[in-house]
Design a protein around this ligand. Structure first.
Ligand code: HEM
Length: 149
């Protein structure tokens, strides 16, 4: 749920790879001509208030009672794109994120530096082909020692 919610709100790739239309069609009243390049703004889909309740709130629990997967079947959540050009590394990508996160949480206790409170954390995103933080996340890790827990 945490990874899915992160992929919804802070997706790594804001736009999908552009598609080129093969024939004329209408979309929301607009004429789309053949050979037009179409960009799917998946970042905006993840924050669309018509698709998500409280879209700007990070709330992993929204996926607790939802069988939605991030594998391109549900167009609301498409961190890896969808259709014929869907990311071929989606299973590996998802597994790596889960594995790294689980290991970081299992192996360390995490704290903010003493001068910081959690309200100081900025989630501001820099725009680009891939999304990066504007301000680096600064945390202090202490090795977790199960024998002293
Ligand atoms: C969390 C990790 C990853 C994310 C969020 C991600 C996301 C994406 C997205 C959004 C696309 C565009 C899909 C579309 O336009 O429909 C894409 C394409 C692609 N990804 Fe990934 N990806 C990830 C990991 C990987 C990995 C691990 C590999 C390879 C081992 C990979 C290889 C590719 C390739 C080759 C394409 C181009 C596919 C095509 O154009 O047919 N990705 N990825």
């Amino acid at each position: 749920c945490v990874v899915k919610e992160t992929m919804r709100l802070h997706r790594p790739a804001p736009l999908l790879i552009p598609r080129e239309t093969m024939q004329h069609f209408k979309l929301n009243g607009y004429d789309i001509l053949p050979k037009t390049w179409m960009y799917v703004n998946a970042w905006a889909i993840g924050r669309d208030p018509n698709s998500w309740g409280r879209p700007h709130v990070f709330d992993p629990q929204r996926f607790m009672h939802d069988s939605m997967e991030a594998n391109g079947q549900d167009f609301k959540l498409i961190p890896f794109g969808e259709g014929r050009r869907i990311c071929p590394g989606k299973n590996l990508g998802m597994l790596m994120v889960e594995l790294v996160l689980a290991n970081l949480l299992y192996s360390f206790d995490w704290h903010l530096p003493p001068v910081m409170v959690k309200e100081d954390i900025s989630m501001e995103e820099a725009s680009g082909l891939t999304v990066n933080r504007v301000y680096a996340l600064c945390l202090m890790a202490t090795k977790y020692d199960a024998s002293t827990a």
